[in-house]
Write a protein that binds this ligand. Structure first.
Ligand code: CTP
Ligand code: CA
Length: 220
């Protein structure tokens, strides 16, 4: 029987996606991280692979199955994620869904003991590179560069500012003030140069499917 018309609409397109948190070690047993289940990024990877794209999923530590047809590369830290993303270039589209830790610590090679630091240890934080902003100015910048922004308040305002500051093409603004963190539903605003589209709350898989359709419309 004939395949659905859209089924291979992204054949030959290279798409890199980041998902999940990064873990920044403090010592061998402790780390700094953001909250992220990885579900939205994994759903997007799966939806794009179903449309025939060549998908590389650069994943922080999560407990999820790799979507069918997706090439997954596991990383732990922001620096590892950045290096892995850069190794996948050139790509037609990059979608940075990961909740990258903004700071890394100077990790101790041995476990820090509570008693020995005379109170809480100094973590000595360094800002991590901004992978999204780095791609925006890269000489192999993907033609379509999409960022995510998880916000609890002034969602659209903060996200618009990020679109300008980071030089990406779209921002998917995630309203995380409700119960979406770690859940299966999401409530998003799609922000582009043409304005803001607010989508009703829906399953993350449906957000992924619709976003994939928008990507087809934009690049095919
Ligand atoms: N991002 C990234 N590298 C970083 C931080 C963020 O690639 N070091 C990407 C995220 O994957 C996301 C977008 O940038 O696509 C926005 O992330 P966010 O944490 O919301 O932005 P920040 O600039 O870190 O702002 P905030 O102070 O709100 O955390
Ligand atoms: Ca951040």
């Amino acid at each position: 029987s004939a395949a659905p018309k859209r089924s291979q609409s992204l054949a030959g397109k290279r798409i890199v996606i980041t998902a999940g948190p990064t873990h920044e070690p403090i010592d061998p047993v402790r780390y700094i991280a953001n909250r992220s289940s990885g579900r939205q990024g994994y759903a997007i990877a799966g939806a794009l692979a179903r449309l025939g794209a060549d998908v590389e999923l650069i994943s922080g530590p999560v407990s999820l199955e790799t979507p069918r047809g997706v090439k997954r590369i596991d990383v732990e830290t922001a620096l590892e994620m950045e290096a892995a993303v850069n190794r996948t270039l050139p790509a037609d589209v990059a979608i940075l869904v990961a909740a990258v830790a903004d700071w890394r610590a100077e990790a101790s090679p041995r476990k820090i003991k509570k008693g020995e630091t005379g109170g809480p240890p100094e973590l000595n934080l360094t800002e991590n590179p901004d992978i999204l902003a780095g791609l925006a100015t890269h000489d192999q910048r993907p033609a379509l560069l999409i960022g995510f922004a998880a916000e609890t308040d002034k969602v659209v305002g903060h996200a618009k500012a990020k679109l300008d500051r980071k030089g990406c093409d779209w921002i998917v603004a995630n309203d995380v003030s409700g119960d979406v963190m770690g859940g299966t539903e999401n409530s998003i605003h799609l922000i582009t140069a043409n304005g803001v589209e607010s989508w009703e709350q829906m399953p993350k898989r449906e957000v992924a499917r619709r976003l994939a359709e928008r990507i087809v419309d934009a690049i095919v």
